[in-house]
Design a protein around this ligand. Structure first.
Ligand code: HEC
Length: 433
């Protein structure tokens, strides 16, 4: 596992915060890409089988168009699949810095399987041919069937593992995890989130089908009116059906999220997702009901937004729970920096507890009166024999007393918090009685 540790770059707190934003961005790109890839592959495969059963090339056209949604060329797979996935894993290596290399190892495995799945999917795409019944064609057809099935299995497996890991990593309580595959993949949260991922991706793929072929590529001229009507109708219903169950899945998702991972942000993102979904359903329904599909090109962005909000909702859990880890890492970085400065004979900047206290804490606290926060006289008595407890609280405030609102995080580094606590006891310690 030494290998993974070599990939760690010491980072300041600001860099680590930036990494978290990059992580969300990469996750958004990868989730949309992988979701559409998986669902359009499955749909394409179903239509391919139907085409050979019924010997009807309309179904074959469908099959071909589905897989074409997300695989127009190979660059797309590298740019939207491999590159974001690689970045995501690198970022997790930084954030989970030496906490748990097993998680990183599993991430790497999911990456390799994903790569293999991509190869299979492109093979599937290139061997997809209309059924004609010549023996030569038949061989291509069975290669096509095999790569299709294997592609689906590999992709499902790698994504299942990957999203299980993302879910695991979003709660720092799990970081000490020493379990195996089962504990990553089969927790309630992981299962619900994966169902959510697949179903909303189905909606996106079906909408993308209509938007891509009828509004962007305008291939209406190349196909019969029958095909166009059928394609629009069936895809709208698919999109609508899978969108319809989203609010329920979202509710279960929120309900089953542990309390320590819910905050105002995650709740807000959940709500935004719901609103986007409702408008999306409204527009899609109008589409099928009145045979007017123009609105679809707009509603496509709504379903994408709904998905993005769900990802952001889940990522705010990571933000919340990785705070402590980020502080520790940032502190390590500061120590490195100080050591470096000292080596060069320069003086490291001094941390001044008094200054921090006067600029940051007096806005809400007085010594012996209630203010926005409790009087520090009470607080100092409470933590008299537990100063580390107070440092911990300041670094990561939690709700304590119902009489007050929650204390906002003051963004102090561990050393600064220690200095403030030391200052408070030095300054007020003898006035406590
Ligand atoms: C924006 C207002 C605000 C600022 C600024 C603020 N606090 Fe607080 N603080 C509060 C509130 C409100 C509470 C009560 C929280 C509760 O009971 O949930 C509190 C509670 C506390 C407690 C008591 C925790 C407990 O377990 O009872 C400590 C210790 C504390 N603050 C220290 C500090 C220090 C040190 C600073 C400066 C770095 C600071 N606070 C800055 C609002 C603030």
């Amino acid at each position: 596992m030494e290998f993974f540790n070599k990939l760690i770059i010491p980072s300041s707190g600001a860099n680590l915060e930036l990494l978290k934003y990059l992580l969300s961005l990469a996750l958004i790109i990868f989730s949309i890409y992988s979701g559409v890839l998986l669902t359009s592959l499955i749909l394409s495969f179903i239509y391919k089988i139907t085409a050979s059963r019924k010997n009807n090339n309309i179904y074959f056209m469908f099959s071909n168009d589905y897989i074409g949604i997300i695989t127009p060329n190979k660059t797309m797979a590298l740019g939207l699949g491999v590159a974001p996935l690689f970045s995501i894993i690198l970022i997790y290596i930084q954030i989970l810095n030496k906490v748990n290399n097993d998680i990183i190892l599993f991430f790497t495995i999911s990456f390799c399987i994903f790569f293999a799945a991509l190869v299979l999917i492109y093979l599937y795409k290139y061997t997809l041919k209309p059924v004609q019944g010549q023996s030569n064609e038949n061989r291509t057809n069975s290669i096509n069937t095999i790569t299709g099935i294997a592609g689906i299995i590999f992709l499902l497996f790698s994504l299942r593992l990957f999203y299980g890991l993302v879910n695991l990593a979003s709660d720092s309580n799990n970081w000490s995890f020493a379990g195996g595959f089962y504990d990553i993949v089969f927790t309630t949260q992981a299962v619900i989130k994966f169902i959510q991922f697949i179903t909303i991706s189905c909606s996106i793929s079906a909408t993308a089908f209509i938007v891509k072929y009828f509004y962007w590529d305008k291939f209406e001229d190349n196909v019969t009116q029958d095909y166009a009507d059928y394609a629009k109708k069936i895809n709208s219903w698919l999109a609508l059906g899978f969108a319809f169950i989203q609010p329920f899945i979202l509710a279960i998702n929120i309900y089953s999220t542990p309390d320590n991972l819910m905050n105002t942000n995650s709740f807000m993102f959940g709500m935004l997702s719901l609103v986007s979904l409702l408008i999306f359903m409204h527009l899609s329904y109008a589409g099928v009901r009145y045979n007017k599909y123009q609105a679809i090109s707009f509603s496509f962005y709504l379903i994408l937004l709904a998905f993005i909000f769900i990802i952001l909702k889940d990522q705010s859990a990571l933000s919340l729970s990785s705070r402590q880890q980020i502080l520790t890492l940032a502190d390590k970085y500061n120590q490195l920096e100080i050591a470096l400065l000292e080596k060069e004979g320069k003086k490291a900047p001094q941390i001044n507890g008094e200054e921090i206290y006067k600029t940051k804490c007096t806005a809400c606290h007085k010594f012996d009166q209630k203010f926005v926060g409790p009087p520090h006289k009470e607080v100092l008595l409470k933590y008299l024999n537990n100063k580390e407890g107070m440092v911990k609280f300041i670094l990561n405030p939690v709700k304590v007393n119902p009489e007050y609102s929650e204390m906002p995080n003051q963004g102090l580094k561990p050393k600064e918090a220690e200095a403030v606590v030391e200052y408070m006891y030095k300054e007020y310690g003898n006035k406590l009685k």
